[in-house]
Design a protein around this ligand. Structure first.
Ligand SMILES: N[C@@H](CCC[C@H](N)C(=O)O)C(=O)O
Length: 282
């Protein structure tokens, strides 16, 4: 038996997309996902995303597995890719596709809008800011983690933590290029202050409406972009008085536009690109 997949990327954060609309049972195991993500012995990707039937009134459900086989709650670049994937599938099936989707995720319901210029805008919902919600033991459970000291690799970093459904630890630095991400990223990810591990973003404020970011992702390591990380970083910038509520975030793979609206909801706009399709032996 063979299973068709499509490879997409959002700013170089790349995913294998699987059409799982006919069943709530995953068509691949997490172990198989790990093998497929391998860049030498597999297809190569930062994660595998499944498009499943909707639940609780949504159009579809997204499940994603990181390249280490762990299942995160949400993925910003991945959900934009899912939007394009679903539109392509619907066009193949019926010659028409929706321009707007309600997607069920482990982080809640996300709304996607496919823009005419190829970009995808996602209503990412509200951030979670309390220590218990991240989760982290850095401060008391009912407090926010804003510019708190964290010792990693013999250095004290001032960190701000934000959950976008998945956990992020943000540090503002003078020069993102000077950070030894490969060396310190794993030490942040596995720090005892973060019981569910953590995604780690380093941010350089170029202007109040333009930030540069590098990321070490939980379960995937260095990636070229992270959508939830870009949202969390803008929020950390606002909370610490470093940036505007709307900004461009420049990642190694390109730029995302992020806005934290007055009602507390976060919008992310960026591209989603189809790379190729193939068949897997299952
Ligand atoms: N690259 C993603 C985030 C994927 C999940 C993350 N590695 C985690 O474990 O939380 C994005 O674009 O948001």
């Amino acid at each position: 038996m063979s299973l068709e997949f499509v490879k997409y990327h959002g700013l170089g954060n790349d995913f294998i997309l699987v059409d799982n609309r006919a069943s709530t049972k995953l068509r691949l195991t997490p172990d198989r996902a790990v093998k497929l993500c391998d860049r030498h012995f597999g297809i190569g990707a930062d994660g595998v995303i499944f498009a499943l039937p909707g639940q609780d009134g949504t159009d579809y459900t997204m499940r994603i597995f990181n390249s280490d086989g762990s299942e995160p709650e949400m993925c910003g670049n991945g959900i934009r890719c899912l939007g394009r994937f679903l539109a392509d599938l619907e066009t193949t099936d019926t010659e028409v596709s929706k321009q707007k989707y309600l997607i069920h995720t482990l982080a809640g319901v996300m709304t996607l809008k496919l823009e005419a210029n190829g970009q995808v805008t996602v209503d990412m919902g509200m951030p979670y800011l309390l220590a218990a919600e991240i989760p982290t033991s850095l401060v008391d459970a009912d407090l926010k983690v804003i510019d708190q000291p964290l010792d990693v690799a013999g250095q004290t970093w001032q960190v701000t933590c934000v959950s976008m459904g998945n956990p992020h630890c943000i540090t503002f630095v003078e020069d993102v290029a000077a950070i030894s991400l490969e060396q310190i990223g794993p030490q942040f990810e596995h720090h005892s202050a973060f019981p569910q591990r953590i995604n780690t973003e380093f941010i350089q404020v170029v202007r109040s409406d333009y930030l540069k970011m590098r990321v070490w992702e939980r379960g995937a390591g260095i990636t070229l972009a992270c959508g939830t990380g870009a949202c969390a970083s803008l929020i950390a910038g606002v909370l610490t008085g470093r940036c505007d509520r709307r900004a461009t975030i420049e990642l190694p793979g390109g730029c995302l536009e992020i806005e934290w609206a007055a009602d507390g909801r976060i919008a992310m706009t960026g591209p989603a690109t189809r790379v190729f399709a193939g068949n897997l032996e299952v």
